[in-house]
Ligand binder design. Structure first.
Ligand code: PLP
Length: 287
């Protein structure tokens, strides 16, 4: 396996970063998770736009243009002979002094890792996930916006820990007002009476690229689709619930906090949109 690290491809065992890298010391950096399907990099432009927006928000200058970053992503896949896989792009503040001051870091560390990926077993896409809501909050009022895909993913890690302690593999975060925000690394959709609803970014969710694709597909297919705030009650009483994300793709949820969703099986809207999404992934991407 070959990793892109600061301008060159190195073997996995040689891909090492300094202990003085502020990405490691302070979580000072940003990342993207991108996916390739049959040789197409799905919505690469949107992922890079989000990466550059995240960088701008934390005042980090990425030392490559968007075009160069596009090439890095495509080349990392090719070097690893992957047609289908996941690409992790990371840009950290780089190596500096021990202090917090980011201005001691001379240049950002840039790396890209490409790997095959399936985060959930195939059966779960047919049976649906059991999830819970957790104590970890997604705070929309933090100075660091939840829109920034920063290397500070401790809240999200805590969600995974809470989920795992409860014996489930995913969980939902609420915001400080009790509105449903998102999963650990996925967005949520609920379906009621054939209408779809997903929380707006301002509740404290990352505006996912998979989420955007699903919203477009839903509208194109004539479903009523709205962004709106909702609480756990609406999730408990929804006909269908599903999560979306680059890694998870579209995954049905059939139980939330012990409440069976609908009839306990993935519903027709979820199945319809999952199939459309699958078709889109092979047609919509950078070769
Ligand atoms: N929410 C969070 C916190 C994430 O990290 C991710 C993953 O990128 C998502 C949602 C889903 O976003 P996307 O569909 O762009 O992968």
């Amino acid at each position: 396996q070959l990793i892109f690290l600061n301008g060159e491809f190195v073997k996995k065992e040689d891909a090492v970063v300094s202990v003085y890298d502020h990405g490691f010391l302070y979580g000072d950096g940003i990342f993207e998770g991108i996916r390739a399907y049959s040789g197409n990099v799905f919505r690469l432009d949107e992922h890079l736009t989000r990466l550059y927006d995240s960088a701008k928000s934390i005042m980090l200058t990425i030392p490559y243009s968007k075009e160069e970053m596009t090439n890095i992503v495509v080349k990392t896949l090719r070097q690893n002979k992957l047609n289908d896989g996941y690409i992790r792009l990371v840009v950290s503040r780089g190596v500096g002094d021990l202090g917090l001051n980011p201005y001691t870091c001379e240049k950002p560390t840039v790396l890209a890792i490409a790997e095959p990926l399936r985060i959930y077993p195939k059966e779960l896409y047919e049976t649906g996930l059991e999830i819970i809501t957790v104590a970890t909050r997604r705070n929309r009022s933090d100075a660091l916006s939840p829109m920034v895909k920063s290397l500070n993913y401790l809240n999200n890690v805590l969600v995974k820990i809470e989920a795992s302690l409860a014996g489930v593999s995913e969980a939902l975060m609420l915001n400080d007002q009790g509105h449903v925000a998102e999963g650990s690394a996925d967005n949520i959709f609920i379906v009621k009476d054939g209408k779809l609803k997903t929380p707006p970014g301002y509740v404290g969710a990352l505006v996912g690229i998979t989420r955007n694709a699903i919203m477009e597909l839903a509208q194109a297919k004539g479903y009523e689709m709205v962004e709106g705030i909702f609480t756990r009650h609406e999730v408990y009483t929804a006909d269908e619930v599903f999560l979306t994300g680059t890694a998870a793709e579209v995954i049905p949820v059939t139980k939330v906090d012990g409440r069976v969703v609908g009839d306990g099986k993935p519903g027709p809207v979820t199945i319809d949109l999952s199939e459309s999404f699958r078709e889109l992934t092979v047609t919509d991407g950078v070769k």
